[in-house]
Design a protein around this ligand. Structure first.
Ligand code: BMA
Length: 322
């Protein structure tokens, strides 16, 4: 793995995740049409990085845009949204696209996003070069959100996390897994994790959803996720982590009782939707024991947080929800 973005933990910092010193790294007006740029996904690409960015425009229409970076921090985001060509099916409708995730599997970069098809469901597409993009069948019937692929086949099949949902600002939500032999037909749906009881871990008591593509570690899959509590001022989104069995990822080995990162900085507490941290990507290096987590802040801008993979694993094991 090439040099991923990194800053050492600030002095006296006791947290397992810490923020990039000059967050947010992407401003809401970074392209001419944008109202906000957040909940976006990045991967290593050629001698740098590429990404798929959620840029809502000034009519507040949600769409996804390709972008490129040498260092993972300074991004050139295309001014025009991604145009899809037919992938493994004829061209299907898309009223909107948001909250992308990207992962490389075998020979191409797969993209999942929340696709507007009579309400939100999981869109799937692929690219080889971040220039041409191909759209495949939606994974599910509406309504569903937070579709996140595993970065390799599991027992010979593609595996996809998702969160069955509704057509509004869903007041519920648990994480499920589904399998496919071909990225077209999905089945073998199993429940992975449900919300936590309010008395035990209130930050994740209303709904939870998978965040970045899971990271394979010696302990199993490290899955960052968002957890939501409904407060008197609306939803508050924080970041937690779980460890899933490598070959049976519907089995949760550990899951953090405390959150790992929650809205606290001004750009997380204020914006179009206050109090939202929404992670969609994690660059990582197992050898260097580093990770860089990309998250949308307050549905307005994009931030990065850093951590040591070994410390996150240890923290989740020591502070697990029983
Ligand atoms: C969810 C999605 C996310 C958003 C979050 C908070 O339902 O729309 O894109 O970050 O709400 O508004």
């Amino acid at each position: 793995m090439k040099n991923i973005p990194w800053q050492d933990s600030p002095e006296n910092c006791k947290d397992v995740l810490w923020r990039h010193a000059s967050n947010p790294i992407i401003d809401r007006y970074a392209i001419p049409s944008s109202n906000s740029i957040f909940n976006s996904a990045v991967v290593p690409f050629k001698d740098g990085f590429a990404g798929v960015f959620r840029c809502d425009n000034k009519a507040v229409q949600m769409n996804i845009f390709a972008g490129f970076s040498k260092d993972g921090i300074n991004w050139d985001i295309n001014h025009e949204p991604i145009k899809m060509q037919p992938g493994n099916t004829q061209m299907i409708e898309s009223d909107y696209k948001y909250d992308p995730r990207v992962t490389f599997i075998e020979d191409r970069y797969w993209i999942t996003w929340c696709n507007g098809y009579h309400g939100p469901t999981i869109g799937i597409g692929y690219t080889f070069d971040f220039e041409e993009f191909f759209q495949c069948e939606n994974a599910f019937l509406p309504f569903n959100r937070n579709g996140v692929l595993f970065p390799k086949r599991i027992n010979g099949k593609y595996a996809l996390l998702s969160r069955p949902s509704d057509n509004g600002h869903t007041p519920f939500g648990d994480i499920y897994i589904s399998y496919s032999p071909d990225m077209k037909y999905w089945g073998e749906h199993r429940c992975v994790m449900k919300v936590a009881p309010f008395e035990q871990s209130a930050w994740q008591c209303t709904k939870i959803g998978a965040g970045p593509v899971p990271i394979l570690t010696a302990e199993g899959w490290l899955l960052f996720y968002h957890g939501v509590i409904a407060t008197c001022n609306g939803f508050r989104y924080s970041i937690g982590a779980a460890i899933l069995e490598e070959n049976e990822p519907d089995k949760v080995k550990f899951r953090s009782k405390p959150y790992l990162l929650a809205p606290a900085k001004l750009y997380e507490l204020t914006g179009d939707v206050p109090n939202v941290l929404f992670p969609c990507a994690a660059l990582h290096s197992i050898e260097e024991d580093r990770l860089a987590l990309y998250y949308g802040a307050a549905d307005t801008v994009t931030g990065v947080a850093y951590g040591r993979i070994s410390e996150v694993l240890e923290y989740v094991k020591q502070n697990t929800l029983k």
